[in-house]
Design a protein around this ligand. Structure first.
Ligand code: SF4
Length: 360
């Protein structure tokens, strides 16, 4: 299906040329609307696949995930030289370590902004994160030399709510869209760098061209961190599988629901705290199991593919309970691992082919 997605470099250049700022944001959760309210374009860094595979070696242990290895290599190679600030949310120990390296152990002069995401979802956690965001806001203001306009912030939050709703709709209507999984995910993942209004326009155009057509593939849920290499989707479709439910950090676990609060800080905080349960926010195993079982049943999927990045401790910790919970609900699953920047391993394809036989 034909859809022109502007490149990351072009979007960043256009934004800078128009007088805006840019921020390189490491995974996972952060308040997009807050950056936009300061005219800062947040551009996410999920371990760029083409990063030099060795530059990180002097700074990280060999058992660090490729999201962080590649992200740090990309930074050292100068890939982030053009941005005005770096943002490292403390979503896991590895990200926290990266924040320290960038702040204290590498000779570099970019401002590094951090944000601590609470590991629970009580009222006190919502208030804590709201306060963290106010501190972050002050730091963004220092870098940009501007002050926050709260009415603009509210508009940006409204836009983010629309953006979340439209991604949710894309998944609900997935089986009616006449496109490959790869095309579908290329559209959705442009959210990692497009301004919200441009993203919404792009998706609306894409959805309008959708035809009522069932490709006849077997529906599955994908769970994990990031769909890299994106060839995974070519393989899935080639085997006869299609993704109808998403529990990935890059996408499904960041479809935040709308908050009822009238306070913009609470709204942004609740977006994240009340989002789909995930391993990095320390949600109860039972909540993760229930969420994944419900997602599978509601999307009509016949099984779950755990698509893990090697050395991701939060995901590995949750996996045994998730597998068992799915088994108890009569839902088959399979675990495969891949590395950002590497070709899709042949053994992954073989395991997926065998899984297809199980769920056919
Ligand atoms: S959540 Fe996993 S993949 Fe993501 S940065 Fe942390 S360890 Fe790496």
């Amino acid at each position: 299906m034909d859809a022109t997605i502007p490149s990351r470099q072009k979007v960043m250049k256009d934004h800078k040329d128009a007088g805006g700022f840019t921020a390189a944001v490491f995974p996972i959760h952060y308040p997009r609307p807050l950056f936009r309210a300061y005219n800062v374009l947040p551009v996410e860094v999920w371990g760029p696949p083409k990063a030099d595979p060795h530059l990180w070696e002097a700074h990280l242990q060999t058992y660090t995930c490729s999201v962080i290895r590649n992200g740090l290599s990309f930074f050292i190679a100068g890939g982030l030289d053009g941005v005005d600030m770096l943002v490292v949310p403390h979503c896991c120990d590895t990200l926290q370590g990266l924040g320290s390296i960038l702040q204290n152990y590498l000779p570099q002069n970019k401002r590094v902004l951090t944000l601590y995401i609470p590991r629970d979802s009580r009222e006190i956690d919502i208030n804590y994160l709201a306060r963290e965001m106010k501190i972050l806001s002050g730091r963004i203001g220092e870098v940009t030399g501007t002050e926050l306009d709260e009415s603009k912030l509210i508009k940006c939050i409204d836009e983010e709510d629309r953006s979340n709703a439209i991604v949710g709709r894309m998944f609900q209507q997935r089986t009616q869209l006449s496109c490959s999984d790869r095309e579908f995910y290329e559209i959705i993942r442009s959210r990692e760098y497009l301004p919200a209004d441009a993203f919404i326009t792009l998706v609306e155009g894409f959805m309008a061209r959708a035809k009522n057509q069932d490709g006849g593939r077997i529906p599955v849920v994908i769970s994990g961190i990031i769909p890299e290499p994106m060839d995974i989707f070519n393989s899935l479709n080639g085997i006869g599988l299609t993704v109808v439910g998403d529990d990935l950090f890059t996408t499904g676990r960041r479809i935040y629901s709308r908050s009822d609060s009238t306070d913009p800080w609470t709204r942004m905080s609740e977006m994240i705290i009340k989002g789909p349960p995930d391993s990095t926010r320390g949600n109860f195993l039972t909540n993760r199991v229930k969420y994944l079982v419900d997602l599978t049943k509601e999307s009509g999927a016949r099984g779950v593919i755990f698509y893990h990045v090697k050395f991701c401790e939060p995901e590995q910790f949750y996996y045994p309970a998730l597998k068992k919970g799915l088994e108890n609900a009569g839902i088959p699953s399979v675990l495969v691992e891949a590395e950002i920047g590497d070709p899709l391993p042949g053994q992954v394809v073989t395991r997926l082919e065998a899984f297809k036989e199980v769920i056919s």
